[in-house]
Design a protein around this ligand. Sequence first.
Ligand SMILES: O=c1ccn([C@@H]2O[C@H](COP(=O)(O)O)[C@@H](O)[C@H]2O)c(=O)[nH]1
Length: 304
Amino acid sequence: MAPATFSDRLYNSIREKNSVLCVGLDPRWELLPLDLRNSCHGLGLEKIARSYSNFCSEVIDIVAPYVPVVKPQSAFFEACGAAGILALGAVIDHARSKGLLVILDAKRGDISTTGEAYAKTAFTGADYEGQHYSLFAADSLTVNPYLGEDSLEPFLTEAEKVQGGIFVLLRTSNPGSGLFQNLICEGKPLYYHVADAISRWNYVTIRSHGYGSIGAVVGATNPRDLKELRSYMPGVWFLVPGYGAQGGTAEDVRESFDDNGFGAIVNSSRGITFCFKPDSKDWKAAIRLAVEKTNQQLNAVRSR
Ligand SMILES: O=c1ccn([C@@H]2O[C@H](COP(=O)(O)O)[C@@H](O)[C@H]2O)c(=O)[nH]1
């Protein structure tokens, strides 16, 4: 039997857990629970990095039975230097050991050998003087298509080696996203050209359940575009950020799902992991409750 692809693993996990929620792991020192902050030893960035990996591991333990996927945001870990990179690797490993899929949100994209180095870092590791070193083992990675098709090739190649996937930025959730994405060229908005390319790359990876491993990032803050893109790009998984803290609601993401309630995973980061005050003693219960509530809200709009 062919090995399970990223798309297969995502599809199966959504079914098994009856959830389309992706919990974003965007740790921020000033928002961490005070008891966790106080219990972390060390100094400076090392202390902060340790608190990030401890906090994210606790979050992972809480959410693992209820959601299919987590999305660590690389930026917050990178900001802690070398210790942060190691913390990110530990968080990815812990999530996978708990049966969660991991989308590494690093929005990579660069030319030729640089792109290759980024892609190897995320998925496969690299050889130096006869030794193999692997920092991260992500299931999927967010990438930026602005540099063109050749810049994404290394990501497609390295992802395929581990039956992984990528999510290409298509229609992002930030307020200024339209500045370039909405520009009309050759009769349609620029992001439609990106949508065409994603559909083409994805086509050869589509499995019997109808979806492939090359997905698209489409923000919850643009519900009309979500609806249009859903019907324009059948077979392409959507990663939908912008839910909760950025204002997106369950009603806004309703149209990102297909008739069977599949086709999209909805990310919420601050809305889940920082749904409590830092001095709260019940922060773990608050996270569990936020996950259950968000699952209910999303499942309500999945069923038509
Ligand atoms: O269009 C995009 C692409 C990526 N993101 C990322 O998702 C999370 C959102 O965090 P919230 O706390 O739920 O707002 C964050 O890591 C972003 O970098 C996005 O928001 N929009």
